[in-house]
Design a protein around this ligand. Structure first.
Ligand SMILES: [Zn+2]
Ligand SMILES: [Zn+2]
Length: 142
């Protein structure tokens, strides 16, 4: 996921749009769930100075695994907008090139939900008998 700002400059432009499919090599903080490849990254890079650029766009990623409450196999896609400055501060520009990997990994980690639910109102499992309460009530009376 490299954007070559020198090539953009050579073509006489100050901005370029990009689209990448990326296989992130990170662990997400959700027990029993994993990130499914590919992560999709799209946006526009604006050259704002000799060694600075601003990137805005969207990261779309899919998580697959067990629902936090009822353990049902669940697959969900999340999207996160970004607007980041690259240059001396923050993410680096090296030899006129931007590598998006670190930023995208950070965005995925920041936007992974604390609870991974099969649906927003998942009723979970009965703590007494273990029945999946999405399938109907049990007889435990709690
Ligand atoms: Zn559930
Ligand atoms: Zn029960």
């Amino acid at each position: 996921m490299i954007i070559d700002l020198n090539a953009v400059k050579r073509s006489g432009k100050t901005e370029t749009s990009f689209f990448f499919e990326y296989n992130a090599d990170i662990e997400i903080a959700l027990p029993g769930a994993e990130l499914m490849p590919p992560v999709k990254v799209q946006g526009t890079a604006y050259i704002t100075g000799g060694n600075s650029a601003e990137l805005e766009g969207e990261v779309v990623f899919t998580v697959k695994g067990a629902c936090t409450r009822c353990l049902a196999e669940t697959e969900k896609t999340f999207s996160a907008d970004f607007n980041e400055v690259f240059g001396e501060d923050g993410y680096r520009i090296v030899n006129g090139k931007i590598d998006l990997s670190k930023m995208v990994d950070d965005i995925i980690i920041m936007n992974t939900p604390v609870a991974f639910l099969c649906k927003d109102d998942c009723k979970g499992l009965c703590p007494t008998c273990g029945k999946n309460l999405n399938d109907g009530e049990c007889k435990c009376n709690n």
